[in-house]
Design a protein around this ligand. Sequence first.
Ligand code: B16
Ligand code: MG
Length: 218
Amino acid sequence: MKGAVIFDLDGVIVSTDDCHYRAWQQLADEEGIYFDAEINQRLRGVSRMDSLEIILERADRNYTNEEKKVLADRKNAYYRELIQALTPDNILPGVGPILAGLKEHGIKIAVGSSSKNTPLILDRIGLKDYFDAVADGNDLSKSKPDPEVFLLAAERLGVPPEHCVVVEDADAGVEAALAAGMRVLGVGAAAANLRATLRADSLDGLTWADLSKLPTLE
Ligand code: B16
Ligand code: MG
């Protein structure tokens, strides 16, 4: 049977990771909490509230649940301001040709993202109606590395998990894909992850045929 490819959004289709980083940095600076690039790496693919918990590890006081909600909303407002500037030009190199090639060869494509801002981002980059299915942070009760997001995407595609390949930039996402019983191509920050089935620095230079070499898609 024809398989499917499920793409993570942030760090795979578009580089919103820098916008997340800047928004969290602004919040941490305002709160007087230490934050740096290394801590930021731990936030890749992790939900907004779980990301906040990681940032608050360096806070010198405890925050109530109500305060945490206010902080998360503030960060999201900073982030949404930044992503308003996204356009189709921000789609990462190599993504367009791979998506088109997969479609042309009858392989279904989906987005599997932790982000509740997925609909806004897909709209800004002109890919709102392009995918056969979308599963995102608005649908989820558990964050990556839980497989929920990818299992839901596969269900919405009507393709069994063993016929799905995931493309991910986060270690948490690689684990989520493996836990879903899927093969996974690690790109960007996950290109060094030896748990990934295949690894590449980016999608630039790869073709749909490179992905289709994975037996799941045949
Ligand atoms: P939001 P992905 C993830 O997107 C980001 O990598 C992660 O940094 C972010 O905290 C998470 O989405 C939630 O995003 O605050 O917009 O709901 O990599 O799973 O596409
Ligand atoms: Mg990601």
